[in-house]
Design a protein around this ligand. Structure first.
Ligand code: ZN
Length: 124
């Protein structure tokens, strides 16, 4: 699968304003749109890349417009965090943490709402 990464994307910029985040990655079809973060830094973040690749897969699975529609309906119904497509992507994004100790994993499990959202990952 051919995937593109686009820096300074106007779409990601809009998402940034909506999410009130300093840096955002968002997927449209097979392109990862970035705003506030460089391609270089994004690609170094294994978990973040895995998360966005999961969305690419979701677009492929459901079809472009259909997925946008399903995502929107799901977001309106349960919100961003509980959106099943985000949950799936978040799990994909955490697979790289398999090397963590059980205690570290438990810390994540106990505070699911404090997990960094993909859009917030680089806010330090
Ligand atoms: Zn996501």
């Amino acid at each position: 699968m051919e995937i593109k990464v686009m820096e300074n994307s106007p779409f990601a910029r809009i998402a940034r304003l909506v999410l009130k985040s300093r840096n955002v990655a968002m997927v449209l079809g097979k392109t990862v749109h970035l705003s506030g973060v460089s391609k270089e830094i994004f690609l170094k973040d294994e978990g973040w890349v895995a998360h966005e690749l999961c969305h690419v897969e979701q677009f492929r699975q459901h079809g472009y417009l259909r997925f946008l529609w399903l995502y929107l309906v799901e977001s309106l119904r349960v919100g961003y965090y509980n959106n099943k497509f985000e949950v799936e992507a978040r799990i994909a994004g955490m697979k790289h943490m398999q090397h963590l100790s059980p205690t570290q994993k438990a810390a994540f499990a106990l505070k699911p709402t404090e997990l960094p959202l993909p859009a917030d990952k680089r806010e330090t």
